[in-house]
Design a protein around this ligand. Structure first.
Ligand code: FAD
Ligand code: FES
Length: 283
């Protein structure tokens, strides 16, 4: 098989895809929480995606991604048998996974649901109890509900319209859970929109619990050279690509991070619209 050849590529939910490809150089030593940078086609941009599974026996890497803009749309059109133009990795530091006597609470939102799945598999594999907190606007939009239910010791659901679980946000479900169970919890891990991670951090702190987060800053090289992914923690600068993506959340300047993540929004929108105009079937 050719390196970076796609072996399977399927839609797992509206706008969400699971992509597997042959990559022995990365599959042999990737760890939970690390990511790759993918360039789907020669003309494409570089996008960071978390390694969902790395199988050193078959040399297959699996990624789970949500289609949000030009490059993820482009990636979603590739078929098994085609080759990804380039894949760089494994990048970043592995996540903090260990056998603990207490429970780990994993809170995810938006595309954070795809990114937190490997952490759930890894904590269960070492024998740590996992409570997953997932949410969406409505029940139909809950991502990977079956997967969370299969691999977590308990799943708490929040929907904005109350169609499933608690009516409200994942933070409401977390707060209700911690009111009764905080003493059984080792720490909280949150992945999702910056504002959600910030709110989770504040709630956990009320119960004297630390929160870890995995940040998704905008990246270019992924190797600590360009400065694109920088984040301020207690006033000191870190690079998410080499110092993270996982960090202890206390002291993270989430407002700066959010503003930095929005800095290319107009250009991203224009790039997508221009690209669509060049694709007759998308006009
Ligand atoms: C370390 C890391 C791991 C990641 N892992 C995954 C993953 O496993 N699955 C997954 O679906 N996504 C993941 N992401 C996010 C993914 O890289 C972006 O969604 C992707 O780069 C968007 O590219 P695009 O050209 O399709 O969209 P763009 O045109 O670049 O952006 C479209 C919209 O998405 C938003 N966006 C763009 N980049 C990001 C980002 N880095 N984080 C949050 N929002 C963004 C933009 O603000 C814009 O509104 C990860 C990001 C990082 C930094
Ligand atoms: S992406 Fe360039 S320094 Fe992190």
């Amino acid at each position: 098989m050719v390196i970076d050849e796609i072996v399977s590529h399927e839609s797992v939910a509206p706008g969400v895809f699971r992509l597997s490809f042959y990559e022995p150089r990365i599959a042999s030593h990737a760890k939970t929480g690390q990511f790759v940078i993918v360039i789907p086609l020669e003309t494409g941009e570089r996008i960071p995606l978390t390694i969902n599974r790395a199988d050193p026996k078959t040399n297959i890497i699996t990624l789970v991604y949500q289609v949000v803009g030009k490059t993820t749309v482009l990636l979603s059109t590739l078929q098994p048998g085609q080759k990804l133009h380039a894949v760089l990795g494994p990048l970043g530091k592995p996540s903090h996974i260990e056998k603990l006597d207490k429970t780990v609470v994993l809170v995810s939102g938006g595309l954070g649901a795809a990114i937190i799945l490997p952490e759930m598999y890894a904590f269960r594999a070492v024998g740590t109890l996992v409570v997953s907190v997932i949410g969406a606007r409505t029940e139909d939009l809950l991502l990977f509900r079956d997967e969370f239910e299969r691999h977590s010791d308990r799943v708490l659901i929040a929907t904005n319209d109350g169609s499933c679980g608690v009516k409200g946000f994942v933070t409401d479900a977390l707060e209700t859970y911690l009111q009764e169970h905080a003493s059984e919890v080792a720490f909280v891990k949150a992945i999702g929109p910056n504002r959600m991670m910030e709110a989770v951090t504040k709630i956990a702190a009320k119960y004297n619990l630390p929160t870890y987060v995995s940040l998704t800053s905008i990246m270019v090289d992924g190797t600590g050279m360009c400065g694109s992914c920088r984040v301020s923690i207690h006033g000191k600068i870190y690079h998410v690509c080499v110092d993270g993506p996982e960090f202890l959340a206390e002291g993270i300047d989430f407002t700066e991070l959010e503003n930095r993540n929005k800095r290319f929004q107009e250009m991203e929108k224009k790039a997508y619209e221009t690209w669509c105009q060049c694709q007759p079937e998308r006009r």
